[in-house]
Design a protein around this ligand. Structure first.
Ligand SMILES: *Cc1c(COP(=O)(O)O)cnc(C)c1O
Length: 393
């Protein structure tokens, strides 16, 4: 019977041959601009911890206090007996922060998409999705019985064509789904145009702002950035990126929230996240509101690093946010550069096929509000040295 699982080994080895396996390097302490990775001191350029909140003493203190008051776990599904008053306090806080009527949380952003999308649309409906949307949106769409259409990345003419075709058919409802900030390229969804098309063709808009929260719209996200916070029908987000903690969120109308917690299976049939996670999330939102200088510093770092690395001759693609990829071409070169960066004390990740096109392999750099000018200059000097060494620039 043992041989039945031989395929696991074969498939892994096949992936390994193509250089497609993850080799995990673990951190020996908190995630901050200066980290220790497998015993080596590094500047962190690979984390989503944009506002440097992951090790903030106020988040830690809130979490510790909540553990003392509520214990280590929630004890049950959200729907049965796992919702504590601190979760409800967080819902209110999110709604305020996002400028919506109501909100709830999910275990993760992934769980929010996977659980909600299949409930929003079914037989007789159409889901229209950007080709570069996050995998959790893709999976949510796959779990739905609705018809689906994929448009080339941010191609508004293609989106309009799909909507025009759809207009001739008798769909019950149409939902356009998009990332707010695209995670591999760091470009912003054309939400104004998407919104206009949605209005024209009577479609709804679903935005997953995982990389936009804490970054765009003074930290409030893409809704605020485009002045559409009251308009977007479905707003998904996460506490695991700029907010430095953990957990998914959904913000929108009261009707949406009631619908979601009665229908989304990842909410109904899965445990509430621990109370200390809720406490840290509340603390994070308060800090982002109270300390706008964090978001400003993040953008200052972003502008500086992008300008300097471009002037060396690196290609940053479509980047317009703190996600600043340097596109180097083939997978081997990207991996080689990542390894050399690590040796020189920079932790940044190679993103290769199939996550991006074969000839668009890259290193993804992510900025952090906690980095100083010296940190950035150090990173830039290493990039200059290695770019020449590997004949990229
Ligand atoms: C990171 C990300 C997620 C996943 O969020 P988690 O809370 O970590 O599960 C979902 N959607 C998008 C667009 C993301 O970038």
């Amino acid at each position: 019977m043992r041989e039945m699982t031989e395929f696991l080994k074969r498939e892994y080895e096949e992936m390994e041959k193509q250089g497609l396996t993850w080799v995990i390097k673990s951190l020996n302490g908190p995630s901050e601009p200066h980290v220790v990775v497998e015993g080596k001191k590094c500047l962190m350029l690979a984390s989503n911890n944009y506002l440097n909140l992951a090790n903030d003493p106020r988040l830690k203190e809130a979490a510790i206090k909540a553990i003392e008051k509520y214990g280590a776990g929630a004890g049950s599904d959200w729907s049965i007996a796992g919702t504590m008053d601190i979760h409800v306090e967080l819902y209110k806080k999110i709604a305020e922060f996002k400028g919506t009527e109501d909100a709830i949380t999910f275990q993760t952003g992934f769980a929010a998409n996977a659980g909600l999308i299949p409930q929003l649309a079914g037989k007789g409906d159409l889901l229209v999705s950007d080709e570069l949307n996050h995998g959790s949106i893709i999976d949510g769409v796959r779990l739905s019985k609705a018809e689906r259409a994929i448009y080339p990345h941010s191609d508004m003419a293609a989106l309009e064509k799909i909507l025009k075709e759809a207009d001739k058919k008798d769909y019950r409802r149409i939902i356009i789904l998009t990332d707010g900030v695209f995670s591999m390229d760091g470009d912003i969804a054309k939400l104004k145009e998407i919104w206009k098309l949605a209005e024209e063709y009577r479609a709804m808009v679903y935005v997953d702002d995982a990389h936009g929260e804490g970054v765009l719209g003074d930290g409030h996200g893409i809704g605020r950035h485009f002045n559409l916070e009251k308009e977007i029908h479905f707003q998904i987000g996460t506490f695991s990126k700029a907010f430095g903690s953990f957990g998914g969120m959904l913000a929108g109308s009261r009707d949406l929230i009631k619908f979601a917690y009665n229908k989304a299976r990842t909410w109904l049939l899965s445990a509430a996240f621990p109370p200390h996670v809720a406490a840290a999330n509340i603390a994070a939102l308060e800090i982002v509101e109270k300390e706008p200088e964090r978001v400003r510093k993040l953008w200052e770092n972003t502008r500086y690093f992008k300008k300097e690395i471009e002037s060396m001759g690196y290609d940053t693609g479509m980047s317009e946010t703190p996600i600043i990829p340097v596109i180097v071409g083939d997978s081997k070169k990207a991996k080689q550069l990542a390894e050399r960066l690590y040796q020189e004390g920079i932790f940044a990740l190679a993103i290769v096929y199939p996550m991006v096109a074969r000839d668009k392999a890259r290193i993804r750099n992510q900025m952090n509000a906690g980095m100083t000018r010296e940190d950035l200059d150090f990173a830039l000097s290493v990039y200059e040295k290695l770019g020449k060494e590997l004949k990229i620039i």
